[in-house]
Design a binder for this molecule. Structure first.
Ligand code: 6AU
Length: 260
């Protein structure tokens, strides 16, 4: 079974990981493989964006530490919006330390991420202690992580050897790892979901090294399952219509991929 050729629906049964199963289910039900990167700095903006794009997304990605007015209420509200519109919450924390440290960062501090984020990102650099550390905090709640295996930024150090190491780490920790952040088809395994950032139509880069491809190229040429779109939606005059547009483009490309 090749990941690129299977429906999201059929991939649900290839895994017992609870967050992957839920995400495959949402992607099939909503016909959406769009994740919005909600990189905004005010709680009200985050909640308003989540309400606007909620109907079109399978996932909302946060960088919770960029909120200048974080409170526990904002994550409570966000959880309610996620239930209302049937999407999952993904905190892009990029944990990258020893297991003991990431465990305390995940389940403590001001953000208590384990309490509200279905998914988080980790770097593979420390070795799989980072995954085991996070896994030790889940205490029966459905939680998972995504390994940032290949980056979208120019000059990234994510070599082929590094990517292979991340894939091995995922295979050995598949009870907690649901997939990869990547820019290419790094795994054929239908259990694992490939999330691709650096997606925007009509723009190829920003001034700080970000590199973009279109949603169609991400899905058809690079093997993305889920496209992650930030400023292409958040900076648009009408984030609601932009989200609808990206959702339709990305899902159409995925349907073409599985049937071609
Ligand atoms: O569409 P943008 O450029 O406004 O936002 C892209 C989002 C940002 C980045 O932190 C994130 O995607 N990202 C990641 C992730 C998701 O881990 C990895 C990467 O290689 N490139 C990247 O842009 O929130």
């Amino acid at each position: 079974m090749d990941r690129l050729k299977c429906t999201f629906e059929s991939r649900e049964s290839t895994t017992v990981q609870p967050v992957s199963r839920k995400l495959f289910n949402i992607m099939s039900a909503k016909q959406s493989n769009l994740c919005v990167a909600a990189d905004v700095t005010k709680s009200a903006e985050l909640l308003s964006l989540a309400e606007k794009v909620g109907p079109y997304i399978c996932l909302l990605k946060t960088h919770i530490d960029i909120l200048s007015d974080f409170s526990t209420e904002v994550v409570e509200e966000l959880k309610n919006i996620a239930v209302k519109h049937n999407f999952l919450i993904f905190e892009d924390r990029k944990f990258g330390d020893i297991g003991n440290t990431v465990a305390t960062q995940y389940s403590g501090g001001p953000f208590n991420i384990v309490d509200w984020a279905d998914l988080v990102t980790v770097h593979g650099l420390p070795g799989d202690g980072v995954i085991k550390g996070l896994g030790s905090c889940a205490s029966g709640q459905p939680r998972g992580c995504i390994i940032v295996s290949q980056m979208s930024s120019s000059g990234t150090l994510t070599s082929d050897e590094y990517i292979k190491g991340c894939c091995k780490m995922a295979e050995e920790n598949a009870h907690f790892v649901i997939g990869f952040v990547a820019q290419s088809n790094i795994s054929k395994d239908p259990r694992f979901i490939v999330f691709t950032p650096g997606v925007q139509s009509g723009c190829t880069s920003d001034v700080l090294g970000q590199q973009y491809v279109t949603p169609r190229a991400a899905v058809l040429e690079r093997g993305a399952d889920v496209v992650i779109v930030g400023r292409g939606i958040t900076k648009s005059d009408d984030p609601c219509s932009a989200a609808k547009h990206y959702k339709e483009e990305a899902f159409k490309a995925y349907q073409e991929r599985i049937t071609s």
